[in-house]
Design a protein around this ligand. Structure first.
Ligand code: URA
Length: 235
């Protein structure tokens, strides 16, 4: 694929802008600066460098973000910055968007992608992808609350009771809850339905994909082949 087209595909602007970047010697492969925008570059396993930052060639861009509190999962946020501001501009330009939503004050694992099929696979209610949350609650937890969460609770506007796939008391004020739906404020509403209140919420995992402990809030990384396996999707 032509170098200029590779840059364009990866969100670095119009063909003209990409050509200028190449001619300005800002683009390299394996340490060699490339000045010909029309050079034909094999894309298999390609990693190119723009302004000393590495970019793997990828048909689709899919990343894992440790979402901090204070960011909205929307392209057009209302009161707080968008999570997209935590990603480099070329990823935003490619059109990556969050897979599902976390509330502004929720922290933890968030996937973003420009791969519509992946987004659909992971957010479709039919697949029932487990989402594991750690909730800090206001009042001491007891076995009765856990029993109700597992049996199912009625939420406003939901015709059927909604049950947790798993629920365990971590300590008096911490609850680990797994849900397979992605309903609006689901965990907060479920906890409220059993007479308690979520004070803080953190998503620890999606299916078998666990938020990497070394990924600080606000940091992101590319999804790996192992991550796809842990998510139970083929890529
Ligand atoms: N449930 C909630 O209540 N909020 C979230 O952000 C995610 C799940």
């Amino acid at each position: 694929m032509q170098l200029e087209r590779i840059l364009q595909k990866h969100g670095f602007g119009t063909r003209k802008a990409c050509r200028a970047m190449i001619r300005d010697e800002r683009v390299a492969i394996a340490g060699n600066l490339l000045a010909d925008p029309f050079a034909d570059i094999p894309t298999a396993g390609l990693v190119f460098t723009v302004d000393d930052v590495d970019w793997p060639f990828c048909e689709f861009a899919s990343v894992l973000l440790h979402k901090p509190a204070g960011y909205e999962c929307s392209r057009k946020p209302q009161h707080h910055p968008s999570v997209l501001e935590l990603l480099p501009l070329p990823l935003r330009e490619r059109g990556v968007q969050p897979i599902g939503r976390l509330d502004e004050d929720t922290t933890g694992l968030l996937l973003l992608t420009d791969d519509g099929q992946l987004n659909h696979q992971l957010s479709s209610g039919k697949r029932k992808v487990p989402k594991v949350y750690l909730a800090t609650v206001k009042h001491p937890l007891d076995a009765g609350q856990i029993g109700q969460l597992l049996a199912g609770v009625l939420l406003h506007d939901e015709p059927q009771p909604v049950a947790a796939a798993a629920a365990e008391i971590v300590d008096e004020l911490h609850l680990r809850l797994t849900v397979t739906e992605g309903k609006y404020h689901q965990v907060k509403r479920m906890v409220a339905a059993v007479g308690n209140r979520v004070e803080a919420l953190h998503r620890e995992a999606l299916a078998e994909l666990i938020l990497p402990p070394d990924l600080a809030p606000g940091q992101w990384r590319w999804l790996t082949a192992e991550d796809y396996q842990n998510l139970g999707v083929a890529r």
